[in-house]
Design a protein around this ligand. Structure first.
Ligand code: HEM
Length: 187
């Protein structure tokens, strides 16, 4: 059975070796050497990781039909052999964002910030998975866990895409963001 729940465990085990951890905005996360991603209720190999972040995939809130068609046509699978680099970017938005109505958030995300269009413009084909945390419990440290996989040659374009998104109005509402990069490496 496929699961919507994923846990990202930072510690000493896992397929992904940490190459960089940067607190972009707000408090950093404790240092970790590797990342293990656990699906559903599977048990992690390290019961005491430095940190564990949980999120759940969900329905879309901000895409119209045309964008959905574009996204589905372009979205690449996770786990492709050539995509040996990855980024985990946990994000928390502030109380002002969550106090907005859905149509106000949509206006910021879509009309003012052009999030999806910027994404597709810089990186038309990117393997990504968005996880939501707020619906799991009151106390999750982040609202979203964003996960991306790409080939080493695409790292520079990925960085440009991130810089473009960080310059948008949407990012004025981000109060915590950690940028963690990995390479896939069997232990
Ligand atoms: C090809 C690149 C990208 C595309 C096409 C893309 C597209 C999207 C789309 C369509 C959504 C809305 C999902 C919904 O309707 O609920 C979304 C949400 C989101 N994306 Fe991206 N994205 C890209 C890159 C990124 C990057 C690099 C980040 C960096 C951290 C990011 C962070 C987020 C976050 C945090 C949300 C949730 C926003 C919210 O619900 O408030 N995205 N993205």
């Amino acid at each position: 059975m496929s699961t919507r729940l994923f846990s990202f465990m930072g510690g000493d085990t896992g397929l992904w070796r940490v190459t960089k951890m940067e607190a972009g905005i707000g408090e950093p996360l404790p240092a970790a050497r590797r990342l293990e991603i656990i699906s559903g209720s599977a048990l992690p190999s390290d019961p005491h990781p430095a940190w564990a972040l949980r999120g759940i995939t969900s329905n879309e809130r901000y895409v119209d039909r045309e964008e959905r068609n574009q996204i589905v046509a372009k979205l690449l699978d996770l786990g492709r052999p050539e995509a040996t680099c990855a980024a985990l970017i946990p994000i928390r938005k502030n109380a002002a964002w969550w106090a907005l109505t859905q149509d106000e958030r949509l206006s910021i995300f879509k009309d003012q910030s052009r999030h999806t269009q910027i994404g597709l413009q810089y990186f038309p084909e990117l393997a990504r998975r968005l996880h939501h945390c707020r619906d799991l419990s009151e106390n999750e440290p982040f609202d979203f866990l964003t996960w991306f996989e790409y080939a080493p040659a695409d790292e520079a374009v990925f960085n440009k895409l991130l810089a473009a998104l960080r310059a948008t109005t949407e990012w004025k509402y981000v109060e915590r963001e950690v940028d963690i990069r990995f390479v896939r490496e069997e232990t």
